[in-house]
Design a protein around this ligand. Structure first.
Ligand SMILES: [Zn+2]
Length: 453
């Protein structure tokens, strides 16, 4: 590998990214076919065939495969090509679909979420072809539609209708690789677990009446009682292995005082007053609470038709996020308990849900990511993270694929700065990050597929 010119591959990735950004795949409506056609032609130039899968015309997904000479593991490089809207182009220094390469950055919608990773995966995939190396197993490149709107036309649909396209031993995708500064240490995040989601409506029934004659069967008052109890309820702690390691490593980096707090936090039999955390803690009490337990937030409410009519119905929405090991059934039981004397007056209706998804952090592929980061970036450490949101990992994990969110970015911008840019104005990625991503992910892929160089 000595001869591989990573700077040149970084520049190629930069160019591909700039071109991908210039293709407007704002979702809705998506029009992912434009980006997919671009990739398909580019692959054809390299002599690589690809297949397109569509649930609906225009909502394209592309899958291409390179088979090794020996039996081995299958590695899937998974990214989505749709982007969120850029509603206010005037606020951008360079227009959102310019793909401008300026001031050391590639600018535009998708530069961080996640056309940067599509471009990186593309470079790695074609590198395998160009090097004409002897490797084991199979490398799969998948670029999908509709991630930003739930993947109904993308990974969710592919996993359901064409599971063979995504089935692999391991997958690399978005969700990690951000440098996280904790005290004097820099950690690279590896996403291995995503909380489950259950949005549901609670309908409380009561009896109507005149507002001038109050009675206790008021649906609104009953809902208020339930909402109050739900909001003050703490689900039992249930700590995923990745979260445990995250809190231990972060606690360690923050010194003995915080380490003590971390250990109490990790003790499932002890409750901790998170206000004990120092105000300048790099990890907020709110986030820590969300990492160690299932949570519920009331988010919407509706009742009543007139000022002087006691409502016979009140509906409110709860946003529930589940940790691994917790089920909707358990949440439902808890809710009925909290509803107490009103438990027979409520109905529960699911609005949207998806399961928890998790890949093990003691897997050889996870260890390989860790080891490669250590070799390539000796001054940093890795740290597993759980997302409170979700990525397409959940669909491939559902197929039994061990999926990890990882594509390293440089330390040029802090995690907080980057998070501000994702789905926001002036989204951009620095050129160093693109070169770093290609170099580190290539090495991971080459090792995973036992390439003989
Ligand atoms: Zn994304």
């Amino acid at each position: 590998m000595q001869k591989t010119d990573w700077a040149a591959l970084g520049q190629e990735t930069t160019q591909t990214l700039s071109e991908l950004i210039q293709i407007d795949t704002t979702n809705p409506p998506g029009n992912e076919y434009k980006a997919i056609e671009y990739l398909r032609e580019k692959l054809a130039h390299e002599g690589i065939a690809s297949e397109i899968f569509e649930k609906e015309q225009g909502r394209s997904n592309l899958v291409a495969r390179l088979k090794g000479q020996r039996p081995g593991k299958k590695l899937l490089l998974l990214s989505h090509v749709d982007v969120v809207p850029a509603p206010d182009p005037k606020k951008w220094k360079y227009p959102p679909f310019s793909g401008a390469i300026a001031e050391g950055y590639v600018w535009g919608r998708g530069a961080l979420d996640m056309k940067n990773i599509t471009a990186t995966h593309y470079t790695i995939f074609t590198l395998f072809k160009r090097l004409n190396i002897d490797f084991a197993g199979e490398l799969i490149f998948a670029a999908t539609a509709d991630e930003e709107k739930g993947s109904t036309y993308g990974a969710a649909w592919l996993a359901h209708m064409h599971p063979e396209t995504l089935r692999a031993d391991w997958c690399l995708t978005e969700g990690g690789g951000m440098p996280l500064q904790i005290a004097s240490k820099t950690f690279y995040t590896i996403e291995s677990v995503e909380k489950g989601l259950w949005w549901f409506k609670v309908r409380v029934k009561g009896t109507s009446g005149h507002g001038s004659l109050p009675h206790p069967d008021n649906a609104l008052t009953k809902a208020a009682y339930i909402i109050d109890r739900v909001s003050n309820y703490k689900f039992p702690k249930q700590i995923a292995p990745a979260v445990r390691e995250f809190i231990l490593k972060a606690g360690e980096a923050l010194g003995p005082e915080i380490k003590k707090i971390a250990l109490v936090l990790l003790d499932e039999s002890q409750e901790l007053d998170l206000s004990m955390l120092p105000k300048d803690s790099p990890i907020s009490a709110t986030l820590l609470n969300a990492l160690v337990r299932t949570t519920i937030s009331p988010t919407m409410i509706h009742a009543g038709v007139k000022e002087n009519v006691i409502p016979d119905s009140c509906e409110f929405v709860l946003d529930c996020r589940l940790v691994p090991g917790y089920t909707q059934q358990k949440v439902r039981e808890t809710l009925l308990e909290l509803a107490d004397r009103y438990k027979n007056d409520i109905e529960i209706e699911t609005i949207q849900q998806h399961d928890v998804s998790e890949s093990p952090i003691d897997d050889p592929f996870y260890k390989l990511i860790e080891r490669t980061v250590k070799e390539e970036l000796p001054s940093v450490e890795t740290i597993p993270i759980m997302l409170t949101g979700a990525t397409d990992s959940r669909f491939v994990r559902g197929l039994g694929v061990k999926s990890y969110g990882f594509c390293p970015l440089s330390t040029k911008m802090s995690l907080a700065d980057r998070e501000k840019l994702i789905h926001n104005d002036n989204e951009r990625v620095d050129l160093e990050s693109l070169e770093l991503g290609v170099r580190v992910l290539s090495k991971i892929a080459l090792k995973a597929l036992e390439a003989r160089l």
